[in-house]
Write a protein that binds this ligand. Sequence first.
Ligand code: ZN
Length: 181
Amino acid sequence: MRLEGTRLKEQDFQELPGVIYYKPYTRYKFSAGYAVSVFLEGLRNGKIIGAVCRRCGRVFVPPRSYCEYCHRPTDEFVELPDRGEISTAVISYISAKRGRLEEPVIVGVVRLETPGYRQDSYEFAGLFHRLCGVTEEDVKTGRAIGMKVKARWKPPEERTGSILDIECFEPITTGEGGEEQ
Ligand SMILES: [Zn+2]
């Protein structure tokens, strides 16, 4: 059964009786906490930093100060290679601020390389980010999954200690691929 309805436009909401518009004056400071602060500072310096739990061998990215598997503090920070492979990829029409995008972006989770540390198939050190140079076709056909990618960093003078200091992850092309290509 198909139930017919009337599609509402933004304008319709604005004309509802009793609707009041105001701009709240809300200023606040947010502390990233110790572990994430180390992570953000690392990004400013062009490094991806994780936290290691020596008991179970896991490395957390972004770093955590506590290992939820062992119920103990993590032991140290480590710099990881700024590369990995695509674990999930989607074509998104939603902007980071939840607006509609006319041109979609490809985003997904990059499973980072963590040489020497434990990685299970279902849990791993990964970052969600934009994927540049990955086409919609790559996503639709599933070709994107497993693609080797590398962080494309902003120039040092433009970095602010934000996840956006990495512009995106992009496929590693022949010549810069390194040893395993
Ligand atoms: Zn642990």
